[in-house]
Ligand binder design. Structure first.
Ligand SMILES: Cc1ncc(COP(=O)(O)O)c(C=O)c1O
Length: 363
């Protein structure tokens, strides 16, 4: 008897959770709606970036090389060499590659819940299990003891997003070291680190702990979510593993040129960070005045606990769209409570619209 197509698929293709991006189709189709539900940068790339992309496109008939100059430039930012840097097409690619580098079907990665949902999905698509330990109640900090106690002989990888998504909370340095000391491969995701330039990167840890690697993206503070560029920092052995798993030519000439241009022009990032951070402060004040609980956020997103109002997350999200054309991010129940949502600053007008919404809805 002939098998059906689905019977040819690897079994975990059918059972893995889906990472649903359908909200993007809605957002692109409705440009009058404020897309405050994604951790995007609301500011468009400068002319400098666009010119760099256009210049690179002139050589678009050639395959790229390994971008040694760009890897050297990135390495220097962290006191590392070019062979400590692997380039990628956004850090989603790193998330996918790390699962395939370290895990075989049936093995496990330890992370928190909630977390950036692409991580568990990509683990499940390798036939692996994401062991998700709830954040601590109250401060929503990582439950470090809980995560360390979950280590078994199936554990092949651990994840710390710093600051965490969706909470925006940093892990304490001592706790991070406890993860490093386990000797188990550890991904430290610094997707949002550029929003707090006063804090030091954790990149120096890779010198002492060769099983630790950092994942960085330009999708956030740099505003490259659609351009697509990221990198991994690690020991030379770690970087070789990533370069083996990444596809050759995973980074286009255009995105590498855009990255090079923005590294040469840090004022562009500083301005974007300033815009974000001042609106985050304003959101925090406004939300607090209304009796809601914004978490102390350090990225371009703020987790808000509105559970004390008795409104569910769905009710809040629906009202924001219907009354003010504002998209907010759905956050599932945390410790059994509904009423959480996440908001990312947009352009000034969109942010004023969000504030009008919360005043009218919760006021
Ligand atoms: C913690 C974290 N890591 C990685 C990513 C993915 O970023 P990229 O656009 O580089 O694939 C995101 C996106 O929201 C994120 O929140």
């Amino acid at each position: 008897m002939k098998k059906e197509l689905k019977d040819w698929f690897v079994p975990w293709l059918m059972t893995a959770r889906e990472y649903n991006t359908s909200i993007l189709d809605k957002a692109w189709a409705q440009p009058d709606h404020a897309r405050l539900m994604l951790n995007e940068n609301p500011i468009q790339p400068s002319e400098k970036i666009i010119e760099a992309i256009a210049d690179a496109a002139r050589h678009g008939n050639w395959y790229p090389d390994s971008f040694k100059a760009l890897r050297t430039k990135i390495g220097q930012m962290y006191d590392l060499g070019p062979d400590n840097v692997a380039l990628c097409n956004g850090s989603s690619e790193t998330i996918d590659a790390m699962m395939r580098i370290f895990m075989q079907p049936g093995e496990e990665i330890i992370m928190s819940t909630p977390t950036f949902e692409l991580f568990p999905v990509r683990a499940e698509l390798c036939g692996c299990k994401a062991v998700q330990i709830p954040l601590r109640e109250g401060d929503l900090q990582y439950d470090v003891d809980g995560m360390l106690n979950a280590i078994s002989d199936k554990t092949k990888l651990m994840l710390v997003i710093n600051p965490n998504n969706p909470t925006g909370v940093f892990i304490d340095d001592d706790d991070l070291i406890r993860f490093c000391e386990t000797g188990i491969p550890l991904c430290i995701d610094e997707a949002y680190a550029a929003y707090t330039p006063e804090r030091k990167t954790k990149a120096p840890l890779i010198k002492k702990y060769p099983h630790v690697f950092l994942s960085v993206t330009l999708s956030k503070a740099h505003g490259f979510a659609g351009i697509r560029f990221g990198y991994v920092l690690g020991s030379e052995e770690m970087i070789k593993a990533f370069n083996t798993m990444f596809l050759p030519w995973n980074v286009s000439l255009m995105s590498a040129a855009a990255a090079e241009a923005i590294f040469d022009y840090p004022a562009e990032v500083e301005d974007k960070v300033k815009h974000n951070n001042s609106w985050m402060d304003r959101f925090s004040d406004e939300l607090r005045k209304l009796g809601l609980k914004p978490y102390p956020a350090h990225g371009n997103y703020m987790l808000v606990d509105a559970s004390m109002t008795g409104k569910t997350t769905s009710e809040i999200l629906d009202a924001a769209i219907k009354t003010h054309k504002v998209y907010l991010k759905r956050i599932g129940e945390i410790h059994g409570k509904s009423g959480y949502f996440r908001v990312t600053p947009g352009v000034d007008e969109e942010n004023e619209r969000f504030i009008t919404f919360i005043r009218e809805y919760f006021g």
